[in-house]
Design a protein around this ligand. Sequence first.
Ligand SMILES: *Cc1c(COP(=O)(O)O)cnc(C)c1O
Length: 378
Amino acid sequence: MNQVPAPHAPPQRTLMGPGPSDVEDAVLQAMARPTLGHLDPLFLELMDEVAAMLRQVMGTENRLTLPMSGTGSAGMETVFANLLQPGDAALVGVNGVFGTRMAEVARRCGAEVVEVKKDWGQAFTPDDFVRAAAGRSFRVLALVHAETSTGVWQDVSGMREAADGCAALLALDTVTSVGGVEVALDAWGVDAAYSGTQKCLSCPPGLAPVTFSARAEKVMQQRTQPVQSWYLDLSLIARYWGGERAYHHTAPINMLYGLHEALRLTLLEGLPARWLRHARNGAALCTGLQALGLELPVAPELRLPQLTVVRIPEGVDDARVRAFLLNEFGLEIGGGLGPMAGNCWRIGLMGAASRRAKVELCLQALQAALADQGHPAA
Ligand SMILES: *Cc1c(COP(=O)(O)O)cnc(C)c1O
C-alpha cells in the first residue's frame, strides 16, 4: 500500500439498536487518559474500585467478581468453561439467540446439553425446567435474564428452587439487564452470572463482568480436568484480581478506565432511579409506536424497557427503513434475528440512550421513514 489512510473520523450517531448503546462523553474521556502499567499501584486501586462497583450493580457480595477481557460472549464462555467439564450435563433455556449460544458453548465444553425450548418471544416458568430435568441431576441450569434477540424479560423467581431440584448451579446471562432493570443475584440465589459493558452500562464493548458464588468456586476447585481455555481460566485470573497480583495477561487498561467511569455514573444516578428511567422511557416508546399503528409482538408483562421488538408492517422494506434512519437522522436501530429477521425491528433504550428526547427522535424518524415508503399509518 503506498497511501496511508486519513485518520478515522466517525460521525456522532444515536445508537438505539441492541447494543452498543450511546456512550457518555465522560466515559470516552476517561478512556483517553494516560495508560498505566498493569501492576502500577494506582491501577491496582482502580481494579479494586471496579470490582466493588460491579458487586453493587450486580446485586452480589461474591468475592469472585471481576471483568473478563472480552465482550459479553467471553463472559458466557467463562461461566461454562469454568463450571463444566466433559461428562457433565447442563440444562439450558433456549428461547432466542443467546440461549441458543449458551447451549452451543456448553456443548463445546464437552457437556451433554439438554435444551429447554420455548418459542421466541415467550418466557420460561420454573416448572419448564423441572419437567425437562425429569428427575436427573445437572451441573448447571442456565438461562437468559434479558433476551436481547426477542425483547423478553425473564422472571428469575423460582429458578433457584428449580436448580436445587436437579442439584444444579444456577447461571444467568445478565448482559442486557445490568444497569437497565433490577439485578439481584444474591437474593435470587444465582451462582454464576456474566454481563457486558456496551448495553445498559453505556460503555464501549470490550469487557465482560463475571461473578461466581462460593458454591460455584467450590465446583471449580473440585474439577478433575483443567479448564480447557487457559485465557478464560478464572482461577488463574483471580490471582491477578485478588491479593497476589500475579501476572496472567495484560489487562486492557484504558477499557477499565472506561468501565470505572461508567459504573461511577451508574451509581451516582442510583440504581433504582436508573431502573425507573428505563421503565418510563420504555413505556413512552411503546405508547408512541402503537400510536404510529405499529404492532409489538411481545406480551406487555414480558417486555424489556431497554429493548423493544416492533413488527415491520406489511409492504415496508426493512433495510430501506434502517438506511433512511441512519442517513437522514444518524439513528441506528436493530434488525430482527432468527425467526424475526426481516419481519421485526429491535429498538434499544439502553443506558445513556434511554432519554425522553431520544424516544421522541426515534418516533419522529420512524414516522418519516414510513411516510417515505407511503405507509398509510404514518
Ligand atoms: C449482547 C449479548 C450477548 C453477547 O455479548 P457480545 O458483547 O456481543 O459478545 C450475550 N447475551 C445477551 C443477552 C446479549 O444481549
